[in-house]
Design a protein around this ligand. Structure first.
Ligand SMILES: Nc1nc2c(ncn2[C@@H]2O[C@H](COP(=O)(O)OP(=O)(O)OP(=O)(O)O)[C@@H](O)[C@H]2O)c(=O)[nH]1
Length: 206
């Protein structure tokens, strides 16, 4: 069974970080983005980066750079759509999405999402973290998406859809639930304080 292709979502404005590319911020020996690339690479057949603006700032990565095809900043689903279009163009049937600001996501992400998709026969699977008090907390930027969804997604975005879970619920999404031990693997870096925390988690990250 071939692996899905991967889309790394870096198309946002990073307002809480003060703007710019969060993915290019230093983390350990590399950057936030290099951590994400290193984790995703063994799990997928091929990867692309969804980012808007001048693509040359990512030239050193050697990845295809895919801008949003929807006008304005339509949120992460615009990046998922860019990934689905790219996947379809190369004959892939599924795309896994990963956010560029989430450096410690599970190393078995794709296996677990794929198993859940098969078990539920679902066209979308979102990752979730188990919160002991609130139950599974879905992660809208980490999912497995069937390429057949792309026309519906484009129409929904053109009609103004922005909320990921609203759309995934209406398309029968399943979920794959991950353990929050030793910390939430979907911890994401939004602020300078989060980046400091990411540095301190680097050594203990599974
Ligand atoms: N393609 C695309 N991706 C987006 C957009 N907005 C957010 N994202 C991505 O979705 C993920 C979650 O984004 P948010 O935390 O909501 O936004 P952010 O840009 O990271 O940060 P804030 O502006 O501080 O909220 C990140 O990987 C973003 O790069 C968008 O309009 N288009």
């Amino acid at each position: 069974m071939t692996k899905p292709v991967g889309i790394i979502l870096a198309g946002g404005l990073a307002t809480r970080m003060g703007g710019g590319d969060k993915g290019l911020l230093p983390l350990g020996d590399g950057t936030l983005l290099s951590q994400v690339i290193d984790r995703l690479a063994p799990q997928v057949e091929a990867m692309a980066l969804n980012a808007n603006g001048d693509p040359t700032r990512f030239a050193g990565l050697g990845l295809p750079i895919l801008p949003d095809s929807i006008d304005g900043f339509a949120g992460p689903l615009a990046g998922v759509l860019a990934g689905l279009d790219w996947a379809a163009a190369q004959g892939a049937t599924q795309v896994v999405s990963a956010a560029a600001d989430t450096p410690f996501f599970p190393r078995d992400l794709v296996d677990r999402l794929t198993q859940a998709a098969r078990a539920a026969n679902a066209p979308i699977v979102l990752a979730a973290t188990l919160d002991p008090d609130r139950g599974p907390m879905r992660q809208p930027t980490f999912g497995l998406w069937d390429v057949t969804l792309r026309d519906d997604l484009r129409t929904a975005l053109e009609d103004g859809l922005r909320k990921v879970v609203q759309w995934t619920d209406s398309n029968g999404a399943a979920q794959a639930v991950f353990d929050p031990d030793p910390f939430d693997p979907f911890f994401n870096v939004n602020t300078p304080q989060d980046l400091t925390r990411a540095q301190s988690l680097l050594e203990s990250a599974p």
